[in-house]
Design a protein around this ligand. Structure first.
Ligand code: SAH
Ligand code: SF4
Length: 375
């Protein structure tokens, strides 16, 4: 491994600190930032506004590096999946989902996940580690490289217009790195994706939802998936720590307006959460929250204990929500031929099965304030 430091993932302040440490003027930070994040340049020698001696010095000390590409697959429907390998050999997946006139990159926040939602393939792989800010930004930049979308287009005409944090992991258990990465991505002089085009999906980490709203103000999606504590406890263990009433209160407090609603993701599980009575309870539960729904047909994976609801029942569920005044589209499964669909991402990284980790998970929550023991 090289000794040079990767500049991708440093905040602006940290980059300024590096420039000061090597005796460069503060305006160099702005120039470098522009080359790295607006132009997408990875070779210091191509940074033509920098004098040759400085380019040489930077090349000696630093790199501008993406994660290594382990595998790229493109689905017949245009969905593309990158398996990325990080410096320590761990891997995570990033997916591009094209829409009619734009597209979203679905980014992972962790290798694996500490939560063990019963319907989620990622959840069968215990957490290996949090991704760093550089690794999170690097996923997005890799997607941009792949579609040759540099320099950052000012607006319109881009394939990659949106970012969703819906890949592997629970982003709010890796809040510090996710927040740092999103601030880099939102910076107007670099990648410049607006917070209106970023959606963070959470299983419901109540204390961090407030911070996310105050500090980042991105769109929030919540993996709800059940309307009673009894069922949610069973399929999403985090509900035992943060039950529905607390979750709903945090969502009522989240900064929203009519144009910026909270998205409720709801997996349709046959005979578990898909009855008309569930739909009616759902409408009651979210009363007063500016909301829209995303009904997700369950993507089955080998060994899963659930079946997807019948399409007729999903449509009926959607109609009931629609009649109550909510948008409730049924998500089209994408990239199924390359296993890129929701909840199917799972790396081949070695699983951690140490007893200390298991005990910590049973005790409660592992997040970036209470990190994992080193395996
Ligand atoms: N940890 C975060 C973000 C990643 S999961 C969260 O849970 O929100 C992204 C979405 O995929 C979540 O809504 C999750 O519930 C859903 N999902 C997980 N497994 C799935 C499956 N097998 N079929 C369909 N959706 C699934
Ligand atoms: Fe983790 Fe989200 Fe999967 Fe639950 S649904 S196990 S929180 S990635």
């Amino acid at each position: 491994m090289s000794e040079q430091k990767n500049l991708i993932g440093l905040s602006r302040e940290e980059l300024a600190g590096e420039m000061a440490a090597i005796g460069e003027k503060p305006f160099r930070t702005k120039q470098l930032w522009h080359w790295m994040y607006n132009q997408g340049v990875t070779d210091f020698q191509a940074m033509s506004t920098l004098a040759k001696p400085l380019r040489d010095k930077l090349s000696e000390l630093y790199v501008v590096r993406r994660p290594e590409l382990s595998r790229v697959q493109t689905s017949v429907d245009g969905t593309r999946k990158w398996l990325l390998r990080f410096f320590d050999g761990n891997e995570a997946e990033t997916v591009y989902i094209p829409e009619e006139d734009r597209g979203a990159v679905c980014v992972s926040s962790q290798v694996g996940c500490t939560l063990t939602c019963k319907f989620c393939h990622t959840g069968t792989q215990l957490l290996v580690r949090n991704l760093t800010a550089g690794e999170i930004v690097g996923q997005f930049m890799t997607a941009r490289d792949s579609y040759e979308e540099w320099p950052s287009p000012s607006d319109g005409g881009r394939m990659i217009s949106n970012i969703v944090l819906m890949g592997m992991g629970e982003p709010l258990f890796n809040y510090d790195n996710v927040a740092k990465a999103l601030k880099i991505i939102m910076d107007g002089e670099g990648i410049a994706v607006s917070k209106r085009r970023i959606t963070l999906s959470t299983s419901g980490v109540v204390p961090m939802i407030r911070r996310c709203g105050e500090e980042l103000g991105v769109n929030l999606a919540v993996s709800l998936h059940a309307v009673t504590d009894e069922i949610r406890d069973r399929i999403m263990p985090i509900n035992k720590k943060y039950p529905l009433a607390e979750l709903m209160q945090a969502l009522r407090d989240y900064p929203t307006n009519n144009a910026r609603r909270i998205t409720f993701e709801y997996i349709m599980l046959k005979g578990v959460n898909d009855s008309p009575a569930d739909a009616r309870r759902l409408i009651k539960l979210i009363d007063g929250i500016p909301a829209k729904f995303n009904l997700i047909p369950f993507n089955k994976w080998p060994g899963a204990e659930f079946e997807c609801s019948d399409m007729r029942d999903i449509r009926h569920f959607s109609d009931l929500l629609f009649d109550a005044g909510y948008s409730a589209p049924i998500r089209q499964p994408r990239g199924t031929d390359i296993l890129a669909a929701c909840g199917q991402l799972k790396s081949d990284s070695e699983r951690i099965r140490c007893s200390r980790l298991k005990a910590r998970l049973e005790d409660g929550i592992v997040d970036d304030q209470h990190p994992l023991p080193v395996a």
